[in-house]
Design a protein around this ligand. Structure first.
Ligand code: GLU
Length: 441
């Protein structure tokens, strides 16, 4: 068992001080950078590389008006934060959420840098989005928001420079509108090349087979590679899922199709439990119709505390950031937590899970499948080729298992927890590139 003491925290302090960052414990960005700097220390990154990673390269913030259905214009706020592009073009999702804030976007951009490096992709990290409630917008409003947002940031992105993809609140349709808008703004003779400006597009419009399920599938591949050494088998485990959107529902459906038993689900509408097993496909259809798990007839409604207290082999947090704090972590009765969402566990929650011996499989490993198939889509767009669903599955498996191996090697080398090991493996790859390139001039 590794040492969970916080003795490795200090490496961040001198860097924060030097950069004039006043550490705010509620800032997700500060928390993530702190974790990265701890890992950068283990990976022996030189000082100049640490200060580069401690801040995003570019932070773009835009305001744009959109005509609403009732005839008035509303002003929206959009973001694109580009953290690092040492390994390749910036890459990361666009989130539409009513509480989207710059601090979160910066944190998520750092996580993309780390995730792409760990997954062995030729991409850096970015994140963006629009502060809005997509569920409350009509289809026409959503389309106009997307087109105006794309035009507002069109000079900051590009298929060879920064490639957005889907995230919470955006889907293949949003990516299609985005790609079409970008194409309209591209000179006719290079318009075909513009298709690769976003990934996660519909299969009929330059998308890749397997992108929709990719994050869930990548998570299942990680479980296949990690569970045996924890004495568990992905085809016989019981599990619960927090959030039943793209990541949660695909993970549940793919695990259930292998024989695993889904016993509890919690989302923004309520929680349900059925010890004999919940039909993951039927629940997905219900959520699509009703907007959440509430009212699903083939399971019993439970409260939030009972959800966390449900005894399972595996819990998959697949909702938003920071849902598992110290008090939730104390209630969890799972042997393993596999983070489907980005940063779902607070540092305090993490410490509690560690003390209680719960194995946490970190997000930058578990949810790397989405951006990996985004990379496949980008390669297909650039080479004008089409891969079969089987080809995508095969390549995804290879990438995920290689990433798991990198984490295991880093854990052995540094004798640390899996999260720190994943960040250390990512830092080592970025550090190697910076050492080879040097710093201009
Ligand atoms: N939103 C996804 C993530 O957090 C990736 C988006 C993309 O494919 O670029 O990993």
């Amino acid at each position: 068992m590794h040492d969970p003491s916080p003795a490795r925290r200090p490496p961040a302090e001198p860097i924060f001080e030097e950069l004039g960052i006043v550490r705010d414990p509620r800032s997700l960005f500060h928390q993530v950078v702190e974790q990265v700097l701890v890992a950068a220390d283990l990976a022996a990154l030189p000082h100049h590389q640490r200060i580069i990673l401690a801040q995003p390269k570019n932070e773009v913030m835009v305001h744009f008006p959109v005509l609403m259905d009732d005839g008035h214009h509303r002003l929206f706020k959009g973001y694109r934060v580009q953290h690092n592009n040492a390994l390749g073009p910036y890459k990361g999702g666009l989130r539409y959420h009513h509480r989207l804030a710059l601090d979160d976007v910066k944190a998520l951009a750092v996580l993309m840098t780390m995730k792409c490096a760990l997954a062995g992709l030729p991409f850096g990290g970015a994140k963006g989005g629009v502060k809005c409630s997509p569920r409350e917008l009509s289809e026409g409003e959503l389309r106009r928001v997307t087109r105006r947002f794309c035009s507002a940031i069109s000079h900051q992105i590009g298929p060879h420079y920064d490639v957005p993809g889907p995230d919470v609140g955006t889907d293949a349709q949003v990516m299609a509108w985005f790609a079409d808008t970008y194409a309209q703004m591209t000179p006719e003779h290079s318009r075909q090349d513009s298709l690769g400006v976003v990934t996660g597009k519909p299969v009929g419009f330059g998308g890749s087979h397997g992108r929709d399920k990719a994050t869930g599938q990548g998570l299942v591949e990680v479980l296949d590679a990690m569970l045996p050494e924890l004495g568990l088998d992905a085809s016989t485990i019981s599990f619960s899922v927090l959030g039943y959107g793209n990541v949660g529902s695909w993970t549940a459906r793919l695990l259930a199709s292998r024989g695993a038993r889904l016993v509890a689900v919690l989302d923004h509408t309520g929680a349900i439990r059925e010890d004999r097993g919940i039909d993951a496909d039927a629940l997905e259809a219900h959520v699509r119709r009703r907007g959440g798990v509430e009212g699903f007839a083939e399971a019993t409604a439970i409260d939030e505390a009972s959800f966390y207290g449900t005894e399972v082999d595996l819990l998959v947090p697949a909702a938003l950031e920071q849902m598992i704090d110290a008090s939730k972590a104390a209630q969890i009765k799972a042997a393993v937590v596999a983070e489907g969402a980005n940063a779902p566990t607070t540092p305090e929650g993490d410490a509690v899970l560690m003390q209680r011996g719960v194995e946490v499989l970190p997000a930058i490993l578990c949810n790397a499948g989405g951006v990996t198939v985004s990379y496949f889509e980008w390669v297909q767009n650039r080479t004008a080729t089409w891969w079969s669903a089987e080809e995508v599955d095969r390549r995804l498996r290879g990438h995920m298992h290689a990433a798991v191996e990198r984490v295991k090697v880093a854990r052995r080398r540094h004798d640390c927890d899996l999260r720190t090991a994943a960040f250390a493996a990512a830092c080592a790859r970025i550090g190697e590139v910076y050492s080879l390139r040097g710093v201009f001039p």
